[in-house]
Design a protein around this ligand. Structure first.
Ligand code: BES
Ligand code: ZN
Ligand code: ZN
Length: 454
């Protein structure tokens, strides 16, 4: 990543302009340049490679509607010929350009036998801070994408644990894990119940970073490494992409990376209940009742609503050290995709101020998020005749809301809480955003945290 972007004053000029700036620029060009643009059919949108009189590449011009959009230049690094380019763009676009330049280089090729690295161009900019920030954001995004794209067979609870350990090795902090039957001994019954049917033992990954005099922020991520649905087995189409069901934990690890690499003055705790929702003779059954860590009893109505089960014990634990803020990320419901589509993550919050802060931060840096309501009358929808509650509502409507309401019961009411229900996957390719694993909302949340705690 470091060779793709650096501080330097040499390179072929790369002009990034919006349409108005382009018109202005064009008026000042020589007739040769004007002729080239006309003759090559350039219509004032996208990339044009402009030659010198000898046919060498003299400058590259990239025109976009909104050059401040964080992904506007997401395809440039793959479109330009190899070489070094010197960025010429308005100051206010430069951070976004550097970020999208780097994420645009992303390609998941770990399982391709042809491992020849394709040479890529590099970008020269004027300030080190542009380089440093772009690398931090791009590395966090890359981490999230890589974790989600890795096949489930190679991204099981043990692998999520190793990833968390790597972060701690890099940035400091302390990590502990509760594995297998120890989850029962230490009172995490729902994490154990969901994960016990898999040969890959369930675990709770728990790490702390930062100064304990700083405000405590706890992140919780759904780490269902593969969601077969359990005994309520998913149909093939629904199961196909369920390696991504640890996407919440990937988001939390990416967000933790942003927090730690920026040295944000918080006392960070990360909790990841990591399991495989598998089918076996010891799998939890529809109709079973589990006493959760908090003491509430849950009747399993559907073994495919497992995310809220693993999260509820982790959230109950999160209360223990009275954090200032609890944020969870989860690929929790198909219903959220129905409500908002695949590219806009929905989130819930018990605090209007936090919700507004995150929304505004997201709009500023093109990481849009949409607040959903914790509509309390829907609590009636998961009443159980047998236990305190069921794990999913009876009807087909409002599934993202009822899942969030289920989680809310496990968070102490005096703690600010945010719950993200994310897709974690691009189902169509966009500029700088290839098909497959994707981070949604972590830049929005991080920028909000920077405002809140800096
Ligand atoms: N992991 C899924 C949710 C999901 C599905 C997220 C597709 C993203 C894309 C979750 O565990 C699940 O299966 N939820 C069920 C809940 C239902 C049984 C109440 C769902 O959404 O259908
Ligand atoms: Zn499920
Ligand atoms: Zn799931």
């Amino acid at each position: 990543m470091h060779s793709l972007l650096q501080v330097s004053t040499s390179g072929t000029p790369l002009l990034v302009l919006n349409s108005a700036e382009y018109t202005h620029w064009l008026a000042k060009q020589t007739s040769t340049v004007n002729n080239w643009l006309t003759q090559s059919g350039f219509n004032g949108e996208g990339l044009s490679l402009i030659p010198s009189s000898t046919g060498a590449l003299n400058q590259a011009v990239f025109v976009v509607k909104d050059a401040s959009h964080y992904f506007a230049c997401g395809d440039l690094i793959k479109q330009l010929p190899v070489g070094q380019y010197l960025l010429e763009a308005a100051e206010e676009y430069q951070q976004a350009i550097c970020f999208s330049w780097l994420v645009g280089a992303y390609q998941y090729s770990a399982y391709k036998t042809d491992q020849k690295e394709k040479a890529l161009p590099s970008l020269a900019v004027s300030k080190q801070v542009l380089v440093d920030n772009a690398i931090k954001y791009a590395e966090a995004t890359t981490l999230v994408r890589d974790l989600i794209n890795t096949p489930a067979a190679d991204m099981m609870p043990v692998d999520l644990g190793n990833t968390a350990q790597n972060l701690v090795d890099t940035f400091g902090g302390e990590l502990s894990q509760i594995i297998g039957n120890d989850l029962l001994k230490k009172n995490y019954p729902t994490i154990h119940a969901v994960g016990r049917a898999s040969i890959n033992q369930p675990r709770l990954i728990d790490f702390q970073w930062g100064d304990n005099k700083h405000p405590k922020v706890t992140l919780v991520g759904k780490g269902v490494c593969f969601d077969s649905g359990g005994l309520d087995l998913k149909p093939a189409a629904g199961m196909r992409n369920m390696k991504k069901d640890m996407g919440g934990s990937a988001h939390v690890l990416g967000l933790a990376r942003l927090i730690m690499s920026h040295n944000l003055p918080v006392n960070l705790r990360v909790l990841i209940p990591a399991v495989e929702n598998a089918v076996s003779n010891n799998a939890m059954r529809p109709g079973d009742v589990i006493t959760t860590r908090k003491g509430l009893t849950v009747e399993i109505d559907n073994t495919d609503a497992e995310g809220r089960l693993v999260l509820c014990d982790a959230l109950a634990e999160a209360n223990n050290d009275k954090p200032d803020l609890v944020i969870d990320f989860a690929t929790l419901t198909g219903a959220m995709r129905v409500a908002l589509g695949t590219e806009l993550p929905g989130f819930f919050s018990t605090s209007d101020a936090v919700a507004q802060g995150i929304t505004e931060a997201g709009n500023k840096i093109n990481d849009p998020v949409w607040r959903m309501p914790l509509y309390s009358p829907y609590n009636d929808l998961f009443k159980s005749t047998l236990a305190d509650m069921t794990n999913c509502s009876a009807g087909p409507f409002g599934g993202a809301i009822t899942a969030a309401l289920y989680l809310q019961r496990f968070v102490d009411p005096d703690i600010d809480w945010v719950h993200f229900d994310v897709m974690a996957f691009n189902v169509r390719a966009l500029s700088g955003r290839p098909l497959g694993g994707e981070a949604f909302g972590i830049r929005a949340v991080f920028d909000y945290l920077q405002v809140r705690y800096n």
